[in-house]
Design a protein around this ligand. Sequence first.
Ligand code: PEP
Ligand code: MG
Length: 765
Amino acid sequence: MLDQLRSIVQEVNTAANLTEVLNIAAQRVKEVMNVGSCTIFLHEPENKRFVLRATDGFHKESIGKVKIPEGQGLVGLVASKEEPINLENASEHPSYAYFPETGEERYTSFLGAPIIHHRKVLGVMFAQQEERRRFDEGEEAFMVTICAQLAGAIAHAEATGELRAQLARSRGEGLAAGRVQEIVLNGVPSAPGIAIGTAVVVAVAADLRTVPRRYIEDVEAELKLFKQAIRRTKEDLHSLDSSLVNKLSSSERALFGVYISMLDDHSLSDEVTKLIKGKLAAQSAWSQVIKEHVRNFEQMQDPYLRERASDVRDLGRRVLTHLQQAQSPNIEYPDNTILVGEELAAPMLADVPHDKLAGMISVRGSRNSHMAILGRALGVPTVMGAVDLPLEELDGCELVVDGHRGRVVINVSDPVRKSYEHQREEECLLAADLEELRDQPCVTSDNHRISLWVNTGLRIDTMLSLDRGAEGVGLYRTEVPFLMHERFPSEEEQRQIYREQLEMFAPRPVTMRTLDIGGDKALPYFPIEEANPFLGWRGIRVTLDHPEIFLSQLRAMMKASLGLNNLRIMLPMISSVSELEAAILLIDRAYNELTQEEGFELERPKVGAMLEVPAAVYQTREIAKRVDFLSVGTNDLTQYLLAVDRNNPRVADLYHTFHPALLNALKMIIDGALQENCQVSVCGEMAGDPLGAVLLIGMGYDVLSMSSANLLRVKSILRYVSLEEAQQLVSEALLLPDTSSVLAQLEQKLSRPELERLLRTSAVN
Ligand code: PEP
Ligand code: MG
């Protein structure tokens, strides 16, 4: 059964559209369960009914015709009970409703199960058989399992299918042109603000799934490119084949021959050529044809032929690589570019001129992914986790990115556009008002001084930070420049990068965090493949295992601080005292080498630890005794304390920095640090949220480090509240049972006209 289940799910997941998903499911379930019929009804909430959408066993004419109101018939019963129903004789059940157009009178027994996605009933699947019998436990469990697996595929196909049809209609292509409707998709709000602009879809290199559907004018040029890519791929394959003559047997090398003959065979290139002549770009045409072939192979019964799907995919990638190499310099970024991708990553930003980037949307990732953090740093409205985005269709479309609510609007209507434009204007006014605070100190209304520092990484956010009056850098993410390279940067390359950062802020302190890779921060040239990367080899664990990388980074940082002496070194992901001590030994070693053996005249930089792992919270005092400062990373601390992946949009609703557990942990840290007389700051995103900042200062934190985009907003709110009021809010919040009560309490206590504008655009929670 398990194999069959897997193969059904795999087929369903590669189906081209919703109808295909449902047909495959109905046919395959009927076959595997060996029943007379299998039928699927889908829910139409707007019409309060269920509609028969696929069947194998009922008359096909009934598809789309049979409609059952909510709560009626056995379908309505399965849906409302949200559990399977197993009947020896369906027609004897009081809820049974008969539909002559189905031909169902042949059947007696009935087994139905709900299809539920994110707590919502999407539909019902049921199997029927002529003989009178009760389905056994195994069959019931199979039906429940398949329905649970189907739900995700149905939800995705429903959303993307609808979008594809509408977008194709709006291009007047294929489908009869009809009225184009506005489409609103939800994702995770990740950087505040509104952007209206043109989508530029960036594909992951050699990934067939993410190639956008682009159209071209010059068909001849595109055909030439395509032929060239085929020729180059064949040359690669020939040279690969001959280079492996002595290493692989001829049967093992036979695959290259198969690839070459697939490329020689006209059927693939004819299909692609036809699409290109229809003005589809070569990359789009090639990936469309290859994906269709992959899907066909995957659906084959014969396991040998099914395996061929991966060969076709591999060949597809090889040709695509050549097409992408030949075409990469050609992307043109229009004004108000909305960068869209399956998984946006920092290097993709490098090519986009800063003044043209208006918004970002990523299918994967969530509010605290690094791309979202960069979005906030740059002040670029960002939506992450937009899982239903029809990527291939979006290139060149006009989009609205609503970074406050996490929405993407396609085919925006005039009234909605006007309202977004109005909101954008209001935000510009607020930003202009906030500018006036640039040179004002950050003091509470009862005169307590709070230091506002910034988090940096990209060169551009360094400039923005200086513009907004940052008092220092609380977190310089050194992995960002590492991400921009194609190999580890050398010690001298690093020294130059760090020097620039230290010089720009001098005499203000700059806290440089040692390399924090792993988790969701993968370097392309140092991949870490792990089942559970956030609990795996990351941060200090990697650098302690690779002293050669760690020492060269430490030496580069210290050399860069020559004559400036504003460097602070910070260690990420400390989870035990022994790790901390091992890292400090290496820092001392690098310092001694430089000062005693190489003659550099340097002050020993202050050394600090990040508190971002629950274990470290309970060891605050032990850690504080060994360092000059502490900094709390609320992004990871929230993730680890609440066991919620910061990148996973499915659990984004559970990721909350105002969770009382997190507030209590933060209080514990500050109390421990003060007892040891150790300076402590917060550099996670919570510090850049106006409400978060109020809670933090109420606990006793007086150094907050944040994205520069949030700095003036935080300064503004802190100038309106008194320390006493913040302390009172914290003591109440610490006793509250859950996040929503904390939020409600903050909203109620801080609801006053002068704060309204600021809080409406609160970024983090
Ligand atoms: C954090 O975890 O809060 C933090 C500041 O570090 P990063 O987001 O880079 O993991
Ligand atoms: Mg972290």
